[in-house]
Write a protein that binds this ligand. Sequence first.
Ligand code: CO8
Length: 262
Amino acid sequence: PASYEYILTETPKPGVGLITLNRPKALNALCSPLFQELNDALSKYDQDKDIGAIVITGSEKAFAAGADIKEMAPLTFSSAYSNNFIAPWSHLANNIRKPVIAAVSGYALGGGCELALMCDFIYCTSNATFGQPEIKLGVTPGAGGSQRLTRIIGKSRAMDLILTGKNFSGKEAGEWGVAARVIDGGKEELLAETLKTAETIAGYSHVAVVANKEVVNKSQELSLREGVEYERRLFHALFGSKDQKIGMTAFAEKKKAEWSHE
Ligand code: CO8
């Protein structure tokens, strides 16, 4: 694997790429070089034929305590605007086609919460701490928090959280549908469960996995009618894949499908 300064990469299960945010002295604050490394690792896994799912995690204490406040403090409007500050953060949401799961233990605040929300789904521990505290710093969320969180938990709860800057727990994240699952225990149990799920996903046809992610994401952008039509087109298209034949033949023959990923 490439050598990075702020992240670790490994393949702990077949088909699963694990990215661990690793800037412990700053609770994984997301400085620009960290994000460049994250984007690079995501692109590499996305292009790697042997990888079917990606997991992003942090430490027991912090998934990520936000964008790097010390880096942002001296920014001016014109430099932020001219350099399109934060735009590279959209790489995950805009360009990565394989599923990305966030495993959140500890703090996921500000940009850390937004990074988790950009992932396809979140597993967390019950005492994880989510929040959008930007109002306390005199700004707004800048990496999609006001949009993604609001779509998930609704306007009233989002207003309450974003206008007060108060945190919410992993338990609440589970109850409100921010997290797909809340895992009992600490980081170790969380990561084990998340990797198990990632391994399940990576065990399917990668063509089908990417298509399933794509159709679910379309539900966030399109009207119901357009979304259903989009889904049907892609469903039709998959009859052109080898793996559709492999999957359906294996079912009829009561065998395990040996995917070609084609
Ligand atoms: N940026 C920079 N450094 C940080 C950050 C951060 N977001 N969070 C923690 N650190 C540093 C601390 O400064 C400290 O460094 P040092 O030892 O040099 O003083 C070290 O990490 C450890 O932190 P604490 O001593 O504060 O640890 P505690 O356990 O006492 O507290 C907290 C943990 C509660 C998480 C506390 O660190 C905290 O409140 N952090 C800031 C949380 C926050 O406000 N995050 C939102 C940031 S704004 C944001 O993300 C905007 C997103 C906009 C879109 C993306 C833009 C790039």
